[in-house]
Design a protein around this ligand. Sequence first.
Ligand SMILES: Nc1ncnc2c1ncn2[C@@H]1O[C@H](COP(=O)(O)OP(=O)(O)OP(=O)(O)O)[C@@H](O)[C@H]1O
Length: 232
Amino acid sequence: MLELDGLTAGYHGGTVLHGLDLEVAAGAVHAVVGHNGAGKTTLVHTVAGLLRPSAGTVRLDGGDITGRPAHRAARAGIGLVPQGRRVFAGLTVAEHLRLSHRKGSAWTPQRVLELLPRLAERRGSRGGDLSGGEQQMLALARALLPGPRVLLLDEPTEGLAPALARRVHELTRTLAGEGVAALLVSPSPLLAVDCADAVTVLTSGRVTARFSGSALRDDPAPLHEALSLTGP
Ligand SMILES: Nc1ncnc2c1ncn2[C@@H]1O[C@H](COP(=O)(O)OP(=O)(O)OP(=O)(O)O)[C@@H](O)[C@H]1O
């Protein structure tokens, strides 16, 4: 569904991502793990159209969306849950949902609130008054409302208690089952393995290992090894 081929990107003439190949299958969760500075956010921003690649292609459902600006990537079916959540402090939950809904999308505010009941309880609250977990759910809701084919989740569990982090990953899994594939960038590899079909290790902008999620759930040692070999 989402295919990255030789993706190369960076800043101010420097290269951060070096010819990355990666596929997210339909209905799958693909986790990308790596140490700080490995290029995970750069990867997400390049796919989301926030950063223009210097080489390589991004294909969604076979269509070339390389280098499309963010609003056009979104229209093509890329949904972004940005690092840090980025909710509006002064807008209520209901206002966020109204602003993000797109006519014709299968994800209506009502359907999203059924999936995220805690948000329904807080629909009149302002973004700035929500807990970290609630803000994360709101960021997820906002990305879902336009009806994406693939969600890019950039460190969605950052700063959350373990039980909430697991809930975010369960939701990611549930959404994959409903046809919204996910590229999940995670600072906590073992949590990501819980919900991933495929796991890619990124080191200094290059893929240094690939695993199936089920193999790692049986034995996570190879992932530890891949990460320690490339430690900071
Ligand atoms: N806007 C920018 N301008 C210049 N360099 C940048 C910019 N953003 C990131 N970088 C550099 O690109 C490299 C990769 O950063 P990136 O944020 O993609 O890594 P990451 O794997 O997401 O790390 P983290 O887990 O810390 O968020 C780093 O060396 C970083 O300093």
